[in-house]
Design a protein around this ligand. Structure first.
Ligand code: GDG
Length: 499
């Protein structure tokens, strides 16, 4: 059965587990995160499909059904599993996407690694994703492609299926032309993106950067711009833009540029925060803290998340303020997603060494300043920590959006707690009431955390109330609606004969 909506996302939308020798598909144990949100879109169409990859030793004889039907609380949908060998996955995902694209997207030119890239493999994998999507899509269907590792999919798909509407969403930042154009495949990538009906970003800066990159490489004209909504103009972040492009025309085709930042499931987090088990856990954490202040830091282990820089700031804070010894603790949750990759193993080591050095320098038998957690904490537990923390310290060097800071705010029904947020997280453009910090500046980092620890209750509440309004207004449902509107707009652009 062909589908009105095809979601192309590299990971499968469920957990595949073996039970009594049989493979069963289980809904992801946590309804939090982007995958359940994307699946909820299947409720808006007659039939939906999801395209993802699955490891196979022999791709022509993968030993699993390529297409399976799933029925879960999101309805009935099809999952098309693209068989890829371990070598193909390594080449397209771990090498090309993570070693070449990821550093450029996040402005780390010095970490960019060109040499091991196997470009023909990247093309072949993206083409295979496009073929799988083309096979699932009904005439005129929306095909919704996610993230940079699938950058070439729109171009191939447009050739195969001129009738479909293609929407592409970037979860990462999109850099300026000086940075993006370091990629030798820049023209091929941007040409593919310009064959979409909608290209989507979290914030106006990334949309503007994309358009300036496109203009540097192609004749792109008729750029329609609108003023950015006041909700996304924060004077404290270097990421603010005053206007944002909404349409560009390339080769006579209109390409809609959509800007809507992913939000969190505020209702779900609120409910979880209000559970009696969460209450009990919060009381236990507070009892354990025994009047000390708790700083919480949560993120993936990635150099973009600025973990080492943050730990060093904590070390300087203790060095300069002996009155804080024994009075404050940092819980640093840094979950490693890609242990096998050298860049991530190196950052994990650096985090462990820095935390160890600070604990050794300042700690005592009954006070360990930093608790380092490298395994994933169950989400229910994380919510208890969000509630119990005095400060959430979220200081990435670059981050497309950052959902952790929004989860923290959503969990704070008590309207207390301080958010210290990097001005280089996409979320910062909407969260002007956070304590803004520049993670590249020692002085700014050290000042912001001290300010947060010493902030009076009145100011904490005023800031938190404002943050909560914004996080609730731009929650995950608002993002979903913005995407639906963008799909509808894409439909109009196609039928109005803009081609
Ligand atoms: C990419 C972009 C963009 C973290 N530790 C634990 C845990 N988490 C969960 C958080 C949050 C998620 O992981 C992390 O989301 P982020 O948005 O902060 O970061 P990325 O993974 O880098 O995501 C990013 C995002 O895509 C969406 O577009 O915001 O900029 O880089 O939900 O709660 N969850 C659990 N235990 C942990 O220890 N259960």
């Amino acid at each position: 059965m062909s589908s009105d909506l095809v979601i192309v996302y590299h990971r499968q939308p469920y957990e595949e587990v073996e039970e009594n020798g049989k493979i069963v598909f289980r809904e992801n144990s946590s309804p939090n995160g982007i995958v359940p949100t994307l699946k909820s879109f299947f409720g808006t169409v007659d039939h939906g499909s999801w395209v993802a990859w699955k490891l196979a030793e022999d791709t022509s004889n993968p030993g699993f059904d390529r297409v399976v039907k799933i029925s879960d609380s999101y309805g009935d949908y099809t999952v098309s599993r693209l068989p890829l060998t371990a070598e193909q996955v390594r080449g397209f995902y771990h090498v090309t996407s993570k070693e070449a694209f990821w550093p450029i997207l996040h402005n780390f030119r010095e970490r960019y690694n060109y040499d091991p890239v196997d470009w023909p493999n990247f093309r072949a994998v993206n083409r295979a994703f496009a073929e799988a999507a083309a096979a699932e899509a009904a005439p005129g269907a929306v095909v919704w492609v996610h993230d940079y590792n699938l950058w070439l999919v729109p171009g191939y798909l447009r050739e195969m299926r001129p009738d479909v509407r293609i929407s592409f969403f970037h979860h990462t930042p999109f850099p300026a032309a000086d940075m993006f154009n370091v990629l030798p495949w820049r023209k091929e990538i941007v040409e593919s993106l310009l064959s979409c009906d909608v290209v989507g970003f979290h914030i106006p800066r990334y949309a503007s950067n994309f358009v300036s990159v496109a203009r540097s490489l192609f004749d792109v004209d008729d750029i329609e711009r609108v003023r950015v909504d006041d909700d996304f103009i924060s004077e404290d972040t270097g990421l603010t833009e005053r206007t944002v492009p909404v349409v560009v025309v390339h080769n006579g085709r209109r390409v809609n540029i959509s800007t809507a930042g992913v939000g969190v499931d505020v209702d779900y987090i609120r409910k979880m925060a209000a559970l009696p088990e969460t209450d009990k856990h919060v009381r236990e954490i507070r009892a354990e803290m025994d009047g000390q202040q708790l700083i919480l830091s949560v993120g993936r282990t990635d150099y973009t998340k600025g973990g080492v820089e943050q730990l060093e700031s904590f070390g300087r804070l203790l060095e300069a303020n002996p009155d804080l010894w024994g009075k404050v603790r940092l819980m640093h949750v840094s979950v490693s997603a890609n242990r096998s990759m050298a860049a991530y193993a190196e950052i994990q080591d650096a985090i462990e060494q820095t935390a160890g050095r600070i604990n050794g320098r300042f700690g005592s038998f009954d006070w360990t300043p930093i608790t380092l957690i490298s395994r994933a904490v169950p989400f229910a537990e994380l919510v208890a920590y969000y509630r119990a923390a005095d400060v959430a310290w979220i200081t990435p060097l670059a981050d497309g959006m950052n959902l952790v800071c929004k989860e923290f705010v959503a969990a704070r029904e008590d309207e207390d707690g301080v958010l210290v947020l990097s001005e280089f997280a996409g979320a910062a453009v909407g969260l002007g009431s956070a304590v803004s910090t520049n993670p590249y500046s020692h002085r700014s980092m050290d000042r912001a955390i001290l300010l947060a620890l010493r902030m009076e209750r009145n100011e904490r509440q005023t800031r938190m109330r404002h943050l909560r309004k914004v996080v609730a207004k731009y929650d995950i449902r608002a993002w979903g609606e913005a995407q639906q509107q963008a799909f509808a707009l894409a439909g109009k652009a196609t039928t109005s004969g803009a081609d």
